[in-house]
Design a protein around this ligand. Structure first.
Ligand SMILES: Nc1ncnc2c1ncn2[C@@H]1O[C@H](COP(=O)(O)OP(=O)(O)OC[C@H]2O[C@@H]([n+]3cccc(C(=O)O)c3)[C@H](O)[C@@H]2O)[C@@H](O)[C@H]1O
Ligand SMILES: Nc1ncnc2c1ncn2[C@@H]1O[C@H](COP(=O)(O)OP(=O)(O)OP(=O)(O)O)[C@@H](O)[C@H]1O
Ligand SMILES: NC(=O)CC[C@H](N)C(=O)O
Length: 553
């Protein structure tokens, strides 16, 4: 029995499905953790989290088991024991497990019991729930290994405590959401005091499709005090020293508390990390986007430059007859400030060609939305041609306010591979743009000074699809629209409840509800984008397209 343990906490990125690279990264961490007794890595570190329907593929399960076996064998070389997340099939059922390996042997396997099945999570679809897990005696210390959601509910930690666990080491795959770091901290502090056990909470970092993982791992002692706060948004290996006190209870003696990014920097970081990993891991040489001189494309471009570097971002201004001199100038200045390639490709010729092609079928009809949308679609055709020719991914620039009410053209400005603003309401877009124009925190690849001219932030938003068009002609001003949308979408309130909370006219709120529900078909055809809040358009909110229900009818 020992009275001291050194536990290395490896807050790591992962690449879903890349068993070889993930295993190599774990072994690299093990080499760096020399001197530790045990190396802990995040949930499903070997397969990447979330593996989704890969788990339903027998070949993937076989290769995962083989890779886990090789990882266990690799611990025969000198170095710490490893506790790593993998998948184990027992009696034909797949389990999300944590394997403890030392000196070339598998010492212990524990299965996740609580499978999250809400919001973006779908674990019951692919995994079976394990039994209430037992602690394992490692070097004479009874250790419990609750896996992520196991810690969010009471049963597992309290069972482990009752079964004699002396500490809880919890591997996690917990995606970022605004304010979730505070929630985790409160929750785990409460778990620590309620069970009387110190807790190491280890989360992954990096982007995976719509999810961004912030890390922000912690150690909380049994008195509820957070003694370790690891960094957010980056990998980190931390050696933590633990000691059994004279009362027989374990404490983490390491004291190291990093400061986490405050709001709105955390939102911006989530966008940067998610886009960087999406673009790099899907093999694009860079991104391109329509740079209109408006705030959505300016902020999207800034995030792309901060994620990938200016040489990987390409802005294309595509003026029509409705494009103002101000927009042309703002787009050019925007590109100059970001240091990105900027091309001007007028779409007038193509607009005229379409008008000639459609002259006969459109005869006798006044110009309307059809002509407006043709412009957005011709821009899409132009951008996709560049994407096909040069390989850059088209970055979609629509924000959550627009996507909520369907204020975007299907197969037009909605086209693209990924969106960083998809879960950001327009008021958040304004906030982030002002913030980024004033600050450039460490680690971002863009310029230290302004990223867009102030005029882009201060001028009224317009789609410039017809003369003198302003967003506010069709929609309430964004500072009034967004609270309505937040109520209807994020909080699932009825029209009456939103009216009561916001003081808006019932007719306006009912109209917005109608637009939101009607635009579901558009959202189903929208590209993925990083989740920021508790109810993103994607996995979090799954509404029927064909739907007659209205609360404001
Ligand atoms: N339930 C459903 N399932 C499948 N398809 C459905 C559908 N309901 C309509 N449709 C189809 O959808 C089409 C209509 O959608 P769509 O062609 O997009 O056109 P629509 O939504 O009518 O117009 C686009 C709107 O977005 C605004 N906009 C455009 C571009 C940029 C911005 C901006 O500021 O960023 C704003 C523009 O001013 C206009 O109000 C029609 O073809 C209709 O048949
Ligand atoms: N003249 C243009 N040149 C290049 N791209 C354009 C142009 N107009 C629109 N786009 C593209 O279509 C997207 C939709 O923008 P639009 O101007 O219609 O409204 P918006 O939502 O206010 O966006 P933004 O704030 O970027 O202007 C833009 O973000 C941009 O990517
Ligand atoms: N991987 C998991 O079990 C995640 C679920 C958990 N409640 C979280 O978001 O942190």
């Amino acid at each position: 029995m020992t009275d001291r343990l050194t536990i290395a906490l490896a807050q790591m990125n992962q690449r879903v499905g890349d068993l070889a690279a993930n295993a190599a990264a774990i072994l690299d961490m093990r080499a760096r953790a020399e001197g530790a007794d045990l190396l802990l890595v995040p949930e499903l570190q070997l397969t990447g989290y979330p593996p989704e329907d890969l788990v339903l593929k027998p070949a993937f399960l076989r290769e995962t088991e083989a890779a886990a076996g090789r990882l266990v064998e690799a611990t025969s070389a000198p170095g710490p024991a490893i506790a790593f997340g993998s998948i184990r099939v027992v009696d034909g059922k797949a389990y999300n497990v944590m394997i403890l390996a030392d000196e070339g042997r598998e010492l212990f396997v524990t299965r996740k019991r609580e499978l999250p099945n809400y919001g973006t999570f779908d674990e019951k679809r692919v995994f079976s729930a394990g039994p209430l897990p037992e602690p394992f005696t490692f070097k004479g210390v009874r250790i419990g290994f609750p896996i992520c959601e196991d810690m969010w509910l009471r049963d597992v930690p309290h069972h482990l405590a009752a079964a004699g666990a002396e500490m809880l080491l919890s591997p996690n795959g917990s995606p970022y959401e605004i304010d979730k770091d505070d929630l985790r901290r409160r929750l785990f502090s409460e778990r620590a005091t309620a069970t009387g056990l110190p807790i190491a909470y280890l989360n992954r970092v990096g982007g995976q499709d719509e999810l961004a993982f912030d890390g922000s791992s912690m150690v909380i002692n049994a008195d509820g005090e957070r003694v370790v706060q690891m960094r957010d948004w980056q990998e980190q290996l931390l050696m933590t020293r633990w000691q059994r006190g004279t009362n027989g209870r374990w404490r983490c003696e390491t004291s190291e508390v990093a400061t986490l990014a405050p709001y709105p920097e955390d939102v911006y970081r989530a966008m940067v990390v998610a886009l960087r990993d999406y673009v790099q891991r899907n093999g694009f040489p860079g991104v391109l986007l329509g740079l209109s001189g408006g705030i959505d494309s300016a902020l999207s471009a800034a995030v792309a430059v901060d994620a990938l570097g200016p040489d990987k971002v390409w802005g294309v201004m595509m003026p029509s007859v409705f494009t103002s001199e101000t927009s042309l100038g703002d787009a050019a200045e925007n590109a100059r400030l970001l240091g990105i390639r900027h091309d001007v490709i007028p779409i007038g010729g193509a607009v005229d060609a379409l008008a000639a092609m459609l002259k006969e079928p459109f005869a006798g009809r006044k110009p309307d939305l059809a002509e407006e949308n043709i412009q957005a679609r011709l821009r899409m055709v132009t951008l996709m041609a560049l994407s096909n020719k040069f390989g850059h991914m088209l970055l979609t620039t629509g924000n959550k306010s627009e996507m909520s009410v369907g204020y975007a053209t299907l197969y037009g400005d909605m086209a693209g591979g990924y969106s960083v603003l998809k879960d950001a309401y327009k008021t958040t877009v304004f906030k982030l743009s002002r913030w980024r124009n004033e600050q450039c925190p460490a680690g971002l690849l863009g310029p230290e000074g302004k990223v867009m001219p102030d005029s882009i932030i201060t001028k009224p938003p317009t789609a410039e699809l017809r003369a003198n068009q302003k967003d506010e002609d069709s929609l309430p001003p964004y500072d009034r629209l967004d609270p309505i949308l937040h109520g209807l979408i994020d909080r699932e309130l009825s029209v009456s409840e939103v009216v009561a909370e916001t003081g808006e006219q019932r007719a306006i709120v009912a109209e917005m509800e109608k637009l939101v529900l009607r635009a579901e078909y558009k959202r189903r055809q929208a590209p993925p984008g990083v989740k920021l809040g508790g109810r993103n358009f994607g996995r979090d909110r799954r509404y029927p397209i064909t739907n007659a229900f209205r609360t404001g009818a």
